[in-house]
Design a protein around this ligand. Structure first.
Ligand code: HEM
Length: 197
């Protein structure tokens, strides 16, 4: 087995890590946003915490093996390679910088809440629109990268259109999930009031 095919295999392991993490966060997100009690929120936050390391593992694997594949068999000036490179490099620090503080805010709100119905402060931390729109936008962009990696379009238009279009679809999908889940779950105060009734 050549170094190139080993890198390609590991590149695909990176793809598996990334999409497994995205899918799991999609389901965990739905459960978290629809949780009726503080105990449920804590359980699903624990699940989210154990899923999150898959993102940097997949991202670093994709970047390192992608660099090797591009250097060994392709040309770095290919638009599909540059688009993949720029998007992955831009997204790698986004997890620790943008998502981690928001998940920590959810964890702190869940940790300080009394067991029982989800209070308003915890509900607003969990329903943070940035977190869920960002995650589905990134999943859309990753599907776009999957497309350009397999099709290897020669021009810039072909390399950019689908990652951007699918990122936009992801953002709209994330917004629609938030609307759906905020209708499905009573707000914190309403939940407390209905629990007292
Ligand atoms: C979310 C990010 C990425 C995804 C989903 C992804 C996905 C894939 C897939 C599925 C293949 C196999 C295509 C085939 O065999 O026809 C592939 C190949 C390749 N990828 Fe990526 N990739 C990503 C990031 C990157 C990055 C950042 C680079 C460059 C630094 C890169 C460079 C390459 C190269 C050069 C190949 C060609 C291998 C070949 O076909 O022989 N990829 N990628």
């Amino acid at each position: 087995m050549s170094g190139y095919s080993t890198s390609l295999f590991l590149h695909l392991v990176g793809v598996v890590c990334l999409f497994t993490a995205s899918l799991m966060m999609h389901f965990v997100g739905t459960r978290l946003r629809r949780a009726a009690t503080v105990q449920e929120v804590r359980m699903w936050l624990g699940f989210a915490r154990s899923t999150q390391p898959l993102f940097p593992i997949g991202g670093v694997l994709l970047l390192l093996t992608g660099l090797h594949l591009a250097g060994a068999g392709w040309d770095f000036r290919q638009p599909w390679i540059l688009v993949g490179l720029v998007i992955v490099i831009a997204l790698l620090p986004a997890g620790p910088l943008l998502l981690r503080p928001r998940f920590m805010a959810m964890g702190m709100a869940a940790g300080s809440a009394e067991p029982g119905p989800v209070p308003a402060a915890l509900s607003s931390a969990v329903m943070n629109p940035f977190v869920w729109k960002y995650l589905s936008t990134m999943t859309g962009a990753a599907f776009g990268l999957l497309w350009i990696m397999t099709q290897k379009p020669a021009g810039w238009l072909g390399a950019l259109v689908l990652p951007i279009a699918l990122a936009l679809v992801g953002w709209l999908y994330g917004a629609s999930l938030l609307r759906r889940d905020s209708r499905a779950v009573p707000s914190g105060e309403a939940a407390v009031a209905s629990a007292k009734r």
